[in-house]
Design a protein around this ligand. Structure first.
Ligand code: ZN
Length: 319
């Protein structure tokens, strides 16, 4: 019955393209509801594969957006492998003192925020990058384990931060970590890149013990006030729809509602759902400039009404 109501909503909107999409039965990759098509995807998608030209779909229920058809399996690993030739720039950024200080305090602020809300002593970070979050947990006495496909990050984490990061793709977690052995699972800026977030989450979540905690963080593309303004300006100038974030190819663009629906389907009850939490922003910079203070204050304010640049979810598994 609810599905019929959604179909009616789209038909009333008079969007022929959307109506065709509803008939074809494409499901929202976040909440599972029927979704409608918008515009063909441009340059970001071509980074996945030269001949990959998906369409952006929008879900009328949770307002999330996603690409259809999904990217071919394994594209993410191939994409990051292909980025290895850019290692000079990556290495320079890893070793840059200001960048290191910033990421260290960002990791510490996140870990402190989490440690005040979760119970346990074993954390697994999937797609952990250089391992700053894990290093902060280790300093608080937690057992830590990370996994990342980028060999630069794996080497850096061991050499500079003394945390164990296993080299490998995210699919490899299944064999490396025992089911039900983790108290806190963290997935930062990865869930919206995988081609099937539901399948990814279902397999990753098995590592959590019942009552364990899941922490997800990702870029807010849909409810981001700057993108909304940008998109409106483009429409007024007759240049079409809001362009989505082009820095890295992503497969889904969740709203907070879509993210909540996604984790609920995997058995997680959200406890906190919103934007960046203010402590992270105010403690990110050791010596913030006036401009950085302004950005932090503005972001903290916008996050309270879900319009910031980042979405954060902390939830509990099977309770
Ligand atoms: Zn949806």
């Amino acid at each position: 019955m609810r599905d019929a109501a959604r179909v009616a909503e789209v038909i009333v909107s008079g969007d022929d393209e959307a109506n065709r999409a509803m008939v074809s039965g494409v499901e929202c990759r976040l909440c599972g509801g029927p979704a409608c098509a918008r515009v063909p995807m441009g340059s970001t998608a071509s980074l996945v594969a030269p001949d990959y030209v998906p369409v952006v779909y929008r879900c009328p229920t949770c307002r999330s957006q996603f690409l259809y058809p999904p990217a071919p399996p394994g594209w993410l690993e191939r994409f990051f492998s292909a980025s290895v030739p850019r290692t000079d720039a990556q290495r320079a950024q890893l070793e840059d003192p200001r960048s290191r200080a910033r990421y260290r305090s960002l990791g510490a602020a996140r870990a402190r925020w989490l440690a005040g809300r979760v119970r346990g002593g074993r954390v697994l970070d999937i797609g952990c990058g250089p391992g700053y979050l894990l290093a902060a947990f280790r300093e608080m006495g937690w057992q830590t384990l990370g996994i990342d496909p980028n060999p630069l990050f794996v080497e850096f984490a061991g050499r500079e931060l003394s945390v164990e990061v296993l080299p490998g793709s995210w699919q490899g977690v299944g064999k490396l970590v025992a089911d039900g052995s983790v108290d806190l699972l963290t997935i930062l800026h990865l869930l919206h890149m995988v081609e099937d977030p539901q399948a990814f989450l279902r397999s990753a979540i098995r590592k959590l013990r019942p009552g364990g905690f899941l922490f997800v963080e990702l870029g807010n593309e849909v409810d981001n006030w700057r993108r909304t303004l940008w998109g409106t300006a483009r429409r007024l100038r007759g240049r079409g729809e809001t362009p989505l974030h082009y820095a890295l190819p992503k497969q889904t663009y969740p709203t907070s509602r879509g993210l909540a629906a996604l984790v609920r389907r995997a058995g997680v009850r959200p406890l906190y759902l919103g934007g960046y939490f203010p402590p992270v922003l105010t403690r990110t910079y050791a010596r913030p400039t006036v401009a950085e203070r302004f950005v932090a204050a503005r972001e903290a304010l916008l996050s309270r009404c879900g319009r910031g640049s980042v979405l954060v979810m902390l939830g509990r598994y099977r309770v």
